[in-house]
Design a protein around this ligand. Structure first.
Ligand SMILES: Cc1cc2nc3c(=O)[nH]c(=O)nc-3n(C[C@H](O)[C@H](O)[C@H](O)COP(=O)(O)OP(=O)(O)OC[C@H]3O[C@@H](n4cnc5c(N)ncnc54)[C@H](O)[C@@H]3O)c2cc1C
Length: 296
């Protein structure tokens, strides 16, 4: 008799204690083995029979993947098995770093609930590839890169463009992401995150933004990443370009909001229509940009 829906199919569970051991298992079982990190996504998708794995390779025993390190001028490195709560605790203990990466702090505080944050890893949240997750926006905002390692060597990939859809990425099946580097924001930049989710855990629309030198058009730097509104994270480059014009910040923010409204192609689902998401994306971005520019 086949297994009923919402029970896990059979699989072999392995928990290597070193990276070398884990890479060897993945190389020898390419296509049949999957990485188990926090496991929230991978086990859920297996229960729903949306993905298959004969072997789950639990990477949480590999000590070197549990690191958080700030390198002045370079950025913040977060290891593959660091959970949302571990990152929050680190940032709370280091207020200067928290201030630099406030969009990361705010989005991680908003990620699901306290119980899930004890389990969910930042890397797993990004690689799960759901449109609604909270970690991808700030990662793209801080131009983050992941280090992917296999028995063939290692490579560095930008988070922007890494994910192709739910449980689909540009990674090879034998690669492990060992860490993510959030790049140092420009000096004096302010960053923030808003999640619009009344009555839900996931956001209808999430916006991450960065504003540096708002009153100096020659030196202004504005970055915007919208998630939850579209299938994949949306970086409205045309809206960002508006801030290069020699016009006051508030005027540029108005024009940018209009560009977002014109260019975004939002999802429509039982929670929010495409039209509502278009309105939210434009309005939330405008409000966040003004707040960051005013230093509120
Ligand atoms: C009730 C509920 C509410 C939720 N609410 C929210 C919410 O509000 N916001 C939100 O963002 N999310 C939410 N989630 C989703 C949850 O946060 C994610 O499922 C979780 O963050 C995924 O991380 P993980 O560590 O469990 O990843 P896993 O499930 O372990 O992994 C996810 C995917 O990434 C791959 N992977 C993981 N680590 C690596 C690695 N190092 N190298 C290569 N591949 C890797 C895995 O093989 C798998 O394909 C919710 C989930 C539930 C069940």
């Amino acid at each position: 008799m086949s297994a009923p829906y919402f029970t896990l199919p059979e699989f072999k569970y392995v928990k290597p204690q070193t990276l070398e051991e884990a890479l060897k298992i993945l190389a020898e079982n390419a296509g049949e083995a999957k990485i188990l990190n926090g496991g929230i996504g991978v086990l859920g998708f297996m229960k729903e029979r949306m993905i298959e794995a004969k072997i789950l390779v639990d990477i949480k025993g590999i000590k070197e993947l549990k690191k958080i390190e700030y390198m002045p001028g370079k950025g913040l490195v977060v290891g593959a098995t660091v959970t949302a709560n571990e990152l929050l605790q680190y940032l709370e203990k280091n207020p200067e770093i928290k201030k630099k990466f406030s969009a990361l702090y705010e989005s991680t505080s908003d990620l699901a609930d306290a119980i899930l944050r004890n389990r969910a890893t930042i890397i797993g949240n990004i690689l799960e590839g759901l449109p609604y997750t909270d970690a991808p926006g700030p990662a793209i905002l801080f131009e983050a890169e992941v280090k992917a390692v296999s028995t063939r060597g290692e490579r560095v990939l930008p988070v922007e463009g890494l994910v192709l859809g739910p449980m689909m990425t540009r990674l090879e099946p034998d690669e492990i992401v060992t860490e993510i580097l959030y790049k140092e924001p420009p000096a004096g930049a302010r960053t923030g995150y808003v999640k619009f989710n009344p009555g839900l855990e996931y956001g209808y629309v999430n916006v991450a933004a960065l504003v540096a030198n708002p009153d100096n058009p020659q030196k202004r730097d504005v970055r915007i990443v919208i998630t939850s509104a579209t299938t994949l994270p949306f970086r409205p480059k045309a809206a960002e370009e508006v801030f290069k014009q020699d016009i006051p910040f508030e005027k540029a923010a108005e024009l940018a909001a209009k560009k977002i409204e014109e260019e975004i192609e939002p999802l429509s689902d039982p929670y929010a229509s495409a039209e509502y998401r278009r309105y939210l994306a434009s309005t939330l971005t405008y409000k966040l940009l003004i707040k960051l520019a005013r230093g509120e």
